[in-house]
Design a protein around this ligand. Structure first.
Ligand SMILES: [Zn+2]
Length: 181
């Protein structure tokens, strides 16, 4: 069965009349939307970074703040939406700025839990740049908490992953945390 046919079945199971006018193209649209939201499965780190790695003597922290993030939780297939802050300490190489955002997007566009998403982003940045340290903080609101279950409308979840210098050196870590706060 195609994704589209599965959506028709789901709508029927939910009690809908799948032949009514408003729903005629819904299975097709829903299938397309879901494929878009999960397009990260079709991407690789190589493709996404596309060789945009440049030599640099800079050994100061590079920080990309407030990267918009849209993902789906792997437990309920409901969105979680927020911002990622990503920093690294270069070790001779820096990554094109837009590529940091594209790495975030590649992992966000898969089924996720926020903790794993944070770690995957950090490890990918480390792998691509060979950085001396990487820090990732994600702050997000989860529709599975807001629309169902405990229905906590204003709670947001914060996760962080610190690698290398950010883990080992408290002053580097606190510099980063002060910059994103
Ligand atoms: Zn969930």
């Amino acid at each position: 069965m195609s994704l589209e046919q599965h959506y028709t079945a789901i709508l029927g199971q939910l009690g809908e009349d799948v032949s009514r006018e408003g729903l005629l193209d819904t299975p097709k649209r829903a299938a397309k939307a879901m494929q878009y939201l999960c397009r990260g499965y079709q991407q690789t780190l190589d493709e996404v970074t596309n060789g945009a790695l440049f030599s640099s003597d800079n050994s100061e922290m590079v920080l990309v703040k407030n990267i918009e993030l849209y993902s789906l939780c792997e437990h309920h297939l409901l969105p979680f939406i927020g911002k990622a802050h990503v920093a690294y300490i270069p070790n001779g190489k820096v990554l094109g700025l837009s590529k940091v955002a594209r790495i975030v997007d590649m992992f966000a566009r898969r089924l996720q839990i926020q903790e794993n998403l944070s770690r995957q982003i950090a490890e990918a940045i480390e792998q691509v740049t060979g950085a001396l340290g990487v820090a990732v903080v994600i702050e997000a609101q989860h529709m599975c908490m807001m629309m169902r279950g405990v229905e906590k409308q204003n709670s947001s979840m914060v996760t962080s992953v610190m690698l290398g210098e950010f883990r080992d050196n408290p002053s580097t870590r606190s510099e980063f945390l002060n910059l994103v706060r």
